[in-house]
Design a protein around this ligand. Structure first.
Ligand SMILES: Nc1nc2c(c(=O)[nH]1)N[C@H]1C(S)=C(S)[C@@H](COP(=O)(O)OP(=O)(O)OC[C@H]3O[C@@H](n4cnc5c(=O)[nH]c(N)nc54)[C@H](O)[C@@H]3O)O[C@H]1N2
Ligand SMILES: Nc1nc2c(c(=O)[nH]1)N[C@H]1C(S)=C(S)[C@@H](COP(=O)(O)OP(=O)(O)OC[C@H]3O[C@@H](n4cnc5c(=O)[nH]c(N)nc54)[C@H](O)[C@@H]3O)O[C@H]1N2
Ligand code: SF4
Ligand SMILES: [Mo]
Length: 690
């Protein structure tokens, strides 16, 4: 390397925003080019490490198939247009829709994005007047937040780092969030116990002291079994229970409906294993449950599973203690929403009111699973246009075939993405987005307590003038629509400065002076001793009056999803294999990154996993192409035979367009409280492809 190169070399610290972990990253630049990236050693999230995706961000940003210009579809062909023209087309269309059909006929789907983009987009929708802002939250993390608010009054976060027992439940953080895995391993080095509950013996399960492999979708029953043992063997904290919970006696009574023999029959987990888990968790405090992002939620009993877990954490006094569930400080940001402008509730909010608002907290969304049917039927009102940013719904939405049909039925579909995804191909207009190397932003705040109050902004390192940061798109569109009063900012930096005001810091200070990030507030422990819990009773609500009043079970009860061997034995005869989907790969985010050679080499093609006994039953050998089908659809995928999965169960990864798991999944709202769909407890049949 020439010495002049070294002279112009520099390192910029930024926050990786490929996924919501927001890892600290050093970007090494020489002569204006990114030559290398590395993890920031003292960043509280990733502590020097990066996952395979972050490590190849330069490949992603420089991929030859990046969208580089806005494009409109003319007679089925793509035609390059300028941003000016694109904004004109959109502004004209939105104005027309609002006049003729009303603002609610426009739906915005916000994919996983950064704080600034979400805030600007939502403000735009408020000003335009549509309540219909949707996201994957209708099947992702929302249930847990809802349950925490109902049970504790406010959201809590797990703190594996300080725990003496970690129960990893339906999650493999090695793949889906390595910083959590690292903290769990630190705790293990300090002597902490590890319990894993997963139908598959995953990499983290191999490190566990106890592994339970339940039948998918039965976690609620399993949790009720664990609670039963904790209570029967008096392993709970009686002082905390007496002073800080309501409804414990009713729970004790209720649990009589769930003898361990029955739990064993439902879950396939031996009663003795359930006893061991209960004992290990309850006698090694502080203990915490590290839950999957969605694996316990995407079934009919999802809300009640989360309630069981919250109750377990409460009666063992693992709430508001280091190493248990903690109430983290958060980074203060200016609110950007103008909800008072909206005249009605979003789609799905009336049937699933807790999706919109719970315990006084306004989430502000409805239940997006209803959207494909609303588009296709025009009921309760017609939908004319949809914008999708940062999501690939034609692949990742449950019952993707129906979603794709609905998207095709729209008058006007705009997709903003880095790449020409399957969803972008269906659009009338495609807009090229910026990667995190090309945008100033405030990333999402991650899930671990300390990192949640860590503010590190994203910095524009490379300039690709035609690829716009999402925040810039919404700001320019707002101006084009004439919304100058509500969007008084000239550029993204001014928006971010406005949002950052409560922190007392400017974007420039954060980017140039506090480059590694700043910590805000502190985790509060046992705050309830002074203030009580912010629930109606001031206590942890084991029995939830709020749920009872809303017509939901006030105590958690197990309900099998509609497609289950016990709930639907007739169907089980026709579709005798239990299907769970969507275990994560380290190197792919959902449907993304298959086009990045260095990542694709790690897993060139998808495999569905099944036990050799299951395979033998249907005449399938390893590497055979299988036909996997159910009443919604049919895909072909190679078989991987492994004893790591329980017999009778098939695991199909999601996000592969050529073999899309979501052709098999069910988008019907199923959890009675949140309306979450079922992606983890389905039925299918398998055969060797002829
Ligand atoms: N690399 C990468 N990271 C990601 C993502 C990604 O696509 N790629 N996605 C991000 C998002 S949006 C989310 S929501 C999270 C998801 O994160 P998680 O839902 O935690 O996903 P995984 O870590 O794969 O863990 C899910 C585990 O649940 C198991 N499982 C399946 N069905 C059941 C069941 O019924 N019961 C139990 N107990 N376990 C079950 C699977 O075998 C799998 O090992 O990950 C986030 N992180
Ligand atoms: N069967 C099954 N299906 C599932 C799941 C499952 O477990 N099983 N999990 C579900 C869950 S929890 C989730 S969260 C969803 C996620 O599903 P999606 O939200 O559809 O996720 P991705 O496929 O990652 O799509 C993200 C898109 O955003 C683009 N992108 C990246 N950065 C930017 C940016 O800065 N701006 C813009 N405009 N675009 C950007 C990427 O190129 C990519 O095409 O999948 C769901 N689908
Ligand atoms: S875990 Fe997420 S934020 Fe961290 S390096 Fe990987 S993609 Fe980036
Ligand atoms: Mo998710």
């Amino acid at each position: 390397m020439a010495s002049t190169d070294v002279a112009v070399a520099r390192v910029v610290k930024t926050a990786c925003s490929i996924c919501p972990q927001a890892c600290g990253m050093n970007v090494h630049i020489e002569n204006g080019r990114v030559v290398r990236v590395s993890g920031i050693a003292d960043h509280p999230v990733n502590r020097g490490r990066l996952c395979p995706k972050g490590a190849v961000i330069a490949d992603i940003a420089c991929a030859p198939d990046r969208l580089r210009h806005p494009m409109k579809k003319v007679n089925g062909d793509w035609q390059q247009v300028s941003w000016d023209e694109a904004l004109d087309i959109i502004a004209e269309k939105l104005t027309d829709i609002k006049e003729k059909s009303g603002a609610r006929s426009f739906i915005y789907h916000m994919g996983e994005m950064r704080n600034g983009a979400i805030a600007t987009a939502r403000r735009f929708c408020d000003v335009y007047g549509t309540p219909n802002v949707i996201s994957s939250d209708s099947m992702c993390i929302r249930t847990r937040g809802t349950v925490h608010r109902l049970t504790f009054g406010r959201g809590r976060f797990y703190d594996p780092k300080n725990a003496r027992c970690v129960l990893v439940w339906g999650n493999n953080p090695d793949n889906s969030g390595f910083p959590q895995a690292d903290y769990i391993d630190d705790a293990r080095k300090n002597g902490a116990k590890l319990i894993v509950i997963d139908p598959r013996r995953t990499s983290i399960a191999r490190r566990a002291d106890i592994l339970a492999q339940p039948r998918p979708g039965t976690d609620c029953a399993l949790g009720l079994g664990i609670l039963g043992v904790v209570i029967e063997e008096r392993l709970y904290d009686s002082e905390f229970v007496a002073k800080w919970t309501t409804g414990f006696d009713k729970l004790v009574e209720h649990l009589k409906n769930y003898p361990l023999t029955e739990i064993e029959r439902i879950t396939w987990v031996p009663a003795e294993t359930i006893r061991q888990i209960a004992r290990m968790f309850a006698t090694n405090g502080p203990a915490t449950v590290v839950q999957g992002g969605n694996s316990l939620d995407q079934c009919t009993s999802g809300t009640q599973t989360n309630r069981v877990i919250a109750i377990l954490e409460a009666i063992t006094a693992n709430v508001d203690v280091p190493g248990g569930l903690v109430k983290p400080g958060t980074v203060p940001l200016s609110p950007m929403r103008l909800p008072e402008r909206l005249k009605e509730y979003p789609l799905g909010a009336e049937k699933y009111p807790f999706s919109y608002q719970v315990a006084g907290y306004v989430i502000g969304e409805g239940q997006a699973m209803v959207v494909p049917d609303v588009i296709l039927s025009g009921q309760p009102y017609p939908i004319k246009a949809m914008f999708i940013t940062g999501a690939n719904l034609a692949i990742t939405w449950p019952d993707a075939t129906k979603m794709a049909t609905a998207l095709r039925a729209l008058d006007f579909l705009v997709v903003m993405d880095l790449f020409m995804t399957e969803t972008a191909r269906m659009a009338h207009l495609v807009l090229p987005a910026a990667t995190f190397l090309e945008a100033d932003e405030i990333p999402t705040l991650p899930m671990l307590p300390r990192s949640r109050r860590w503010l590190m902004v994203q910095k524009k390192v490379v300039d690709l003038p035609e690829c716009w940061p999402d925040i810039k798109f919404w700001l320019k569109l707002a101006h084009r629509m004439g919304y100058h009063t509500d969007f008084p900012w000239q550029n993204e930096q001014e928006v971010l400065d406005y949002m950052l005001k409560p922190t007392g810091l400017t974007l420039r200070e954060l980017q140039e002076e506090k480059t590694g990030g700043v910590e805000f507030g502190f985790d509060r422990y046992r705050a309830y001793e002074k203030d009580g819990f912010p629930t109606p009773s001031g206590k942890v609500e084991i029995y939830s009056e709020t749920m009872a009043k809303a017509g939901y079970g006030p105590l958690p009860a197990y309900v099998e999803s509609p497609e289950g061997p016990l709930s639907n034995p007739e169907m089980f005869k026709e579709y005798p294999v239990i299907l769970t989907t969507g275990g994560r790969y380290k190197e792919f985010l959902h449907s993304g990154h298959r086009n990045i050679a260095r990542l694709r080499r790690i897993d060139p093609e998808p495999f569905a996993e099944l036990h050799p006994q299951t395979a033998a039953k249907y005449g399938i050998a390893g590497d055979d192409v299988m036909v996997i089908e159910n009443k919604r659809g049919r895909i072909e995928m190679k078989a991987r035979l492994t004893e790591d999965i329980i017999p009778g169960v098939l695991h199909v990864p999601h996000g592969w367009p050529q073999a899309n798991a979501d052709v098999l999944t069910d988008g019907t709202p199923s959890d009675p409280v949140t309306g979450f769909p079922v992606l983890k407890q389905l039925l299918c049949r398998i055969s060797k492809k002829a």
